[in-house]
Design a protein around this ligand. Structure first.
Ligand code: SF4
Length: 483
């Protein structure tokens, strides 16, 4: 997972680039990078594992100068990559996941292409994308050919003398949105990057669409495909509340999720509604509005020091953050029947160890957990994911109930079956909570507000969206199902 920001301005763009990129800090925790082009290319990449992006890049930003630039915050590779090519020099930043990267790398090596950005024997994916693009007849043709060659997804920004090329992945799993202000145009993964930089969103790029941002404005370079499968998880968890995807705001979707959870809870009596910060908060606000019970904060996040517990790649770091960041408020908890809205349950261990235990320890009378999405059944195969199939809470339950891993989990996906109920009961006991009730797929789709076929539901249904290359996800999923 990475967040991308690009800008072209009539004058120096570095300030907008710094703050615009910084608004993608929730999408990556490992590396940050900025590249600008004025009289020459200037590029900086830093590890942001221990220091926030803007603190790390502030001094660089005072030295850099240019009227066009791209920035990236990444959980995977060091980027942007600089390449001098037959199209001239360019810098490129990407987000996505390439399933067949080894095969593509081997193919290029055979053709005599070299790679310089290799870490622990693995090629930098952004460099691989760059090398695939320069195989084309032009930059746009190269991007199209790269789209054809990869299995998985890739959105990118490419900076050269023409401006900033922006290309959204061909099935639209991730987003790129365009914006403008007086004398400047911008592109971002997150529309949150726009308002405080005085940009207004003008367009959401369609799947596979390519545009060029320049001093003259935005030029269409390739039209959008009709198939769209944007990631539903953006609204549920990974996206920022102020951001909109396909024009639909995240906070509003979360409120709708919470409302639909509350509508089905006619059989419990509660004293207060809470959300596991930050992403559970919007869901909880919707639940509280629907149930007419107060929204309160039994667990408060120590915001100054801790980021997200999902994005850091090591489990140890994720657990440490999860343990330290939420501080219980005994005065709110003791003696109360509490609804806890959570974006999702991945492994369940953090919820159990660092939320539920704290609430019981502080004297909660009842704990009712309400995840805003259905049980996760498959790891994401379109973007970097920290979860593997065998560690998902639902899979652990199924393994225990069935005695071993099973291929066909259809009955466990259908919320009306006895097997589904047994799985939920297993997870409830494991979490040690009073009740557990998940969102249904249909209610989640309704909360998003787009037709089912326009959003990716693979995490929950295992149904492979898209056509052509994306069908390869079937084999990928089967491989992963084997563990
Ligand atoms: S598989 Fe899940 S996380 Fe991945 S793109 Fe689809 S909805 Fe998003």
């Amino acid at each position: 997972m990475s967040g991308l920001f690009g800008v072209v301005s009539k004058d120096d763009c570095v300030g907008a680039l710094l703050y615009g990129t910084d608004y993608h800090s929730h999408l990556g925790t490992e590396f940050g990078g900025m590249a600008v082009l004025g009289e020459k290319f200037e590029r900086q990449i830093h590890s942001i594992g221990q220091t926030q992006f803007k603190s790390k890049f502030f001094d660089d930003s005072r030295r850099m100068y240019g009227n066009k630039g791209i920035g990236v915050i990444s959980s995977q590779d060091e980027q942007p990559i600089y390449l001098n090519s037959k199209f001239g020099p360019f810098c490129i930043a990407t987000t996505g996941l390439i399933e067949n990267s080894e095969e593509l790398t081997a193919g290029l090596l055979k053709k005599g292409v070299s790679f310089s950005e290799v870490s622990k024997g693995v090629v930098n994916i952004t460099e691989l994308i760059a090398k695939l693009i320069v195989d084309g007849d032009s930059i746009v043709d190269g991007i199209e050919k790269m789209f054809d060659a990869i299995e998985g997804s890739c959105s990118l920004l490419l900076l050269n003398k023409d401006g900033v090329y922006a290309a959204r992945d061909r099935f639209g799993y991730s987003q790129l949105a365009l914006a403008k202000r007086d004398g400047a145009v911008a592109v971002a993964s997150e529309t949150t990057a726009f308002p405080n930089n005085h940009f207004k969103t003008t367009k959401y790029l369609g799947p596979g669409e390519i545009v060029l941002l320049s001093e003259k404005g935005v030029m269409a370079k390739r039209p959008a495909n009709r198939t769209n499968q944007i990631c539903t998880f953006l609204w549920i968890y990974t996206g920022f509340p102020a951001s909109s995807y396909e024009g639909i705001n995240t906070e509003i979707v979360r409120e709708r999720c919470g409302r639909s959870l509350a509508k089905r809870d006619t059989d419990i009596k509660i004293d207060l509604v809470s959300g596991v910060p930050d992403s559970g908060v919007g869901h909880a606000i919707g639940y509280a509005a629907e149930s007419k019970k107060p929204y309160r904060r039994p667990l408060v996040k120590y915001t100054p020091g801790y980021g997200r517990s999902y994005t850091p790649p090591s489990q140890e770091t994720r657990d440490l953050i999860a343990k330290m960041k939420l501080v219980p408020v005994k005065e709110v908890i003791a003696g109360n029947r509490i609804v806890v809205c959570e974006d999702s349950i991945v492994r369940g261990t953090q919820l159990k160890n660092f939320t539920v235990h704290k609430l019981w320890d502080a004297g909660a009378k009842e704990i009712h957990v309400r995840p805003a999405c259905p049980p996760l059944m498959f790891p994401c195969i379109f973007s970097l994911s920290t979860r593997s199939i065998h560690e998902l809470a639902a899979r652990k339950a199924i393994r225990d109930l069935e005695g071993s891993d099973i291929e066909d989990v259809g009955e466990y996906i259908d919320h009306t079956t006895e097997k589904y109920k047994a799985m939920i009961e297993w997870i409830r006991k494991d979490l040690d909570v009073t009740t557990l009730r998940y969102q249904t797929v249909d209610d989640m789709v309704k909360a998003v507000g787009l037709p089912k076929e326009k959003i990716c539901l693979y995490c929950w249904t295992g149904k492979c969206p898209g056509k052509g290359k994306a069908q390869s996800c079937g084999s990928g999923a089967a491989e992963m199902a084997k563990g």
